[in-house]
Design a binder for this molecule. Structure first.
Ligand SMILES: [Zn+2]
Length: 322
């Protein structure tokens, strides 16, 4: 039997693991939410237990695995298998050697680690929008709580000198903006368009006199999240509509910058904010095309991720086959 690949999606609220055949078809999956209070060493044990559980439930053992790929949000040293920092752990961690520790717990099975955007870019290239081999270069952009990207250039992952290539969320697109980003700078793409900043963006719209039909006030704007803005957008709340339109425009600027820098075949969009639907995606495309003018905008596709709910897991598993 062909060996299987295992993907682990180590999220801030969810820890999931899944077994796939090498063609990307899923065999089984487990999800837990009990890892958030664990320290990094305990999380390694938890992941190992999940992988063993998946195997035993399918009458398989460690020898049936080609490898395990782990994807998580954070700064990763891919080659060294090290997490530099990640907000997905309760306690701040620095330089945690996840790969070495997990390989030991899994009896020497090969483990691969990367940030979630890189893993999903690879997954999209192998199993999603790029699966037919039509593209040499693909940029995957996740628009969610934050914004990040993974770069497949000339059919290979590009990670940069230290592994942080693709941090498009921290490119500065408005030097006059007074929205402070998590990185400490002002005017970053993610501070003007991603879910983490919706409370602040909502408050600013209210301060400008736009009326909330959701009953949100300047005092309660701190509780606004992506779900509420999505509901407001669909129910016609003027503040939510303004935020979603601004967000789409900012992402359009971001894609234009990607286009100018890399000229890839395709940009694939994924992440929670894609739930805003077709009008969000179309506005992103319109903004991008309005900027490219005569620069052949039709030749660079802007597509929506085709990996669906498996994206994080399949992307992580794809790391094994890189
Ligand atoms: Zn930033």
């Amino acid at each position: 039997m062909e060996k299987l690949i295992c993907g682990v999606d180590l999220g801030g609220t969810k820890l999931a693991a899944a077994l796939f055949k090498q063609d990307g078809s899923r065999i089984d999956m487990v999800i837990t939410h009990d890892h958030t209070d664990l320290n990094p060493d305990e999380i390694v044990l938890r992941i190992a237990a999940l992988v063993r559980e998946l195997l035993s439930e399918n009458n398989l053992n460690l020898d049936d695995l080609l490898g395990v790929g782990v994807g998580l949000a954070g700064h990763i040293l891919h080659k060294e298998g090290m997490i530099i920092t990640s907000s997905n752990f309760k306690n701040t961690i620095h330089h945690f050697p996840l790969v070495g520790k997990l390989e030991k717990e899994l009896g020497g099975v090969k483990v691969f680690l990367d940030n979630d955007a890189n893993a999903q870019a690879l997954g999209e290239f192998k199993y999603g929008a790029g699966r037919d081999g039509d593209y040499d270069s693909l940029v995957y952009m996740t628009i969610s709580t934050g914004i990040g990207a993974g770069l497949v250039l000339n059919r290979k992952m590009y990670r940069g000198q230290s592994g942080t290539a693709g941090e498009i969320g921290h490119t500065i697109i408005d030097i006059d903006a007074d929205s402070k980003c998590t990185c400490g700078n002002y005017g970053c793409l993610m501070a003007l368009s991603s879910g983490l900043f919706f409370p602040e963006l909502y408050k600013r719209k209210l301060e400008k006199g736009i009326f909330s039909t959701l009953g949100v006030t300047i005092e309660t704007a701190g509780q606004v999240d992506g779900h509420l803005v999505n509901r407001g957008f669909k129910e016609g709340d003027p503040v939510s509509i303004a935020i979603v339109e601004d967000s789409a425009d900012m992402v359009g600027f971001g894609i234009f910058n990607i286009f100018q820098l890399l000229n890839p075949d395709v940009v694939v969009l994924g992440g929670g904010l894609m739930n805003f639907g077709d009008s969000f995606t179309n506005r992103i495309r319109e903004k991008f095309c309005s900027l490219t003018n005569e620069m052949m905008c039709e030749e660079m596709g802007i597509l929506v991720s085709e990996m669906g709910t498996d994206a994080g897991l399949l992307g992580a598993a794809a790391l094994v086959l890189e």
